[in-house]
Design a protein around this ligand. Structure first.
Ligand code: BDR
Ligand code: CA
Length: 310
C-alpha cells in the first residue's frame, strides 16, 4: 500500500476528503498533521479526530501542528465552514485525543525512517507545517515522493481575491518555500472543484441518505450549503479538498494536468497569495509543478460515492 500523510486545517470539506481517504483500501494513512487555516489548530485537530471516528475504518494518529502562519495574521474561514468549522450543528468528538508530539517533527521523523519515495504528502490546508519541515530538515524532506496540494486558483480565478485561493493566501510565505523547494508537486486548483464538479442537490441527498457517514460529511457542510444557496439559488457544494484527495489517490479522476513554471506572489500588493502559472512560458524557466485544473467529473463523483459508501 502507498503510505501517505495528510496535512489538514479540518473544516467541513476537509472532513469529506479525510473520510474518503480513510475508505480507500489502496492507501495507508500514516497519520494526520493539523494546521491552522479554516479554524484554529485546536479546532482543526478536534475536527480531524471527529472525522476519523465517523469514518469508522482505522485510526491513524493525529498530531497538532502550527497555530499560526509564518508571518501574517490569519483570517479564519468561519463564514464558509462555521465557527466550529463543521457547520455549527453541535457535532462532537466521542473519545479520541490527539497524540503527543508536534506535527512538524512527526513529518520529519516519518520521512527519516522510510526510504526515498515511500511517503506521499497531501495537503488540504495552509502550507505552514510543510514549509517549517523543509526549513528544519531539507535533506530528509527531499525523500518525499510527491506533495499534492489543494491550493492555487489553477488556471482560473481565486476564491479570496481575484487571483488568490484560500490555502495559499493564508500563508503565502510558507507556500513559496514549498513551491520553490524542488520536490515533485501537484497543485489541485480551485478551478478543478467548481462548475460541473460541484455536487448538486440530488448528489448531496444521495450521500446524505446513505447512512451515518454520509449524513455527517454533508451536514457538517451546512454553512457552505447555505452560503451557496444564497449565491446560486440552490443547494450545491464545491468540494475543494475532496477534489485534491481524488486527484492524488485516483489518477483516473484527472482530466487536465500540465507541468508549468509556478511562482507564489508574496509581495504585499493586490495579488498577494496568488500563484502565477506560466502557461505560455514567458519566463523560459523550467516547469516546476503540475497544475491539475480539471477533473473527469463522472469518475470523480463515482469515486466520492464509492469511498463514502453512497
Ligand atoms: C480551501 O480552503 C478551505 O476553505 C477549504 O478547506 C479548502 O482547503 C479551498 O480554497
Ligand atoms: Ca482545507
Amino acid at each position: 500500500k502507498q503510505k501517505i500523510i495528510i496535512d489538514t486545517d479540518c473544516g467541513s470539506d476537509d472532513a469529506m476528503a479525510i473520510a474518503m481517504a480513510l475508505n480507500d483500501p489502496n492507501y495507508e494513512i500514516l497519520f494526520f498533521s493539523t494546521v491552522a487555516g479554516n479554524v484554529d489548530v485546536d479546532q482543526a485537530t478536534y475536527n480531524t479526530l471527529m472525522t476519523i471516528e465517523y469514518a469508522g475504518t482505522y485510526e491513524p494518529p493525529v498530531y497538532r501542528g502550527c497555530d499560526t502562519a509564518l508571518i501574517r495574521n490569519m483570517v479564519f474561514a468561519h463564514e464558509t465552514h462555521g465557527m466550529d468549522g463543521m457547520g455549527d450543528i453541535g457535532l462532537k468528538v466521542k473519545n479520541s485525543k490527539p497524540t503527543s508530539g508536534h506535527a512538524v517533527n512527526k513529518i520529519i521523523e516519518a520521512l527519516d525512517k522510510h526510504d526515498p519515495g515511500e511517503i506521499e504528502i497531501i495537503t488540504l490546508g495552509t502550507l505552514t507545517n510543510i514549509a517549517l519541515a523543509i526549513r528544519l530538515a531539507p535533506d530528509t524532506m527531499r525523500k518525499v515522493k510527491r506533495i499534492t496540494i489543494m491550493g492555487t486558483a489553477g488556471l482560473g480565478v481565486g476564491n479570496v481575491t481575484p487571483v488568490a485561493e484560500f490555502n495559499i493566501w493564508q500563508d503565502a510565505e510558507a507556500a513559496k518555500i514549498v513551491n520553490d523547494f524542488g520536490v515533485p508537486i501537484m497543485y489541485v486548483g480551485w478551478d478543478a472543484c467548481i462548475d460541473e464538479a460541484m455536487l448538486n442537490e440530488e448528489e448531496i441527498n444521495r450521500i446524505r441518505n446513505s447512512g451515518e457517514l454520509g449524513k455527517f460529511v454533508i451536514d457538517c457542510n451546512t454553512c457552505l450549503m447555505e452560503m451557496n444557496k444564497k449565491r446560486f439559488g440552490e443547494y450545491c457544494l464545491d468540494m475543494a479538498d475532496p477534489s485534491a484527495i481524488a486527484a492524488a489517490l485516483n489518477h483516473e479522476c484527472i482530466k487536465e494536468c500540465e507541468k508549468y513554471y509556478c511562482e507564489v506572489d508574496t509581495s504585499f500588493g493586490p495579488s498577494y497569495g496568488g500563484v502565477l502559472v506560466d502557461q505560455y512560458r514567458f519566463s523560459e524557466k523550467e516547469p516546476n509543478a503540475y497544475v491539475c485544473s480539471k477533473l473527469k467529473v463522472d469518475v470523480y463523483k463515482d469515486y466520492i460515492f464509492k469511498t463514502l459508501g453512497a
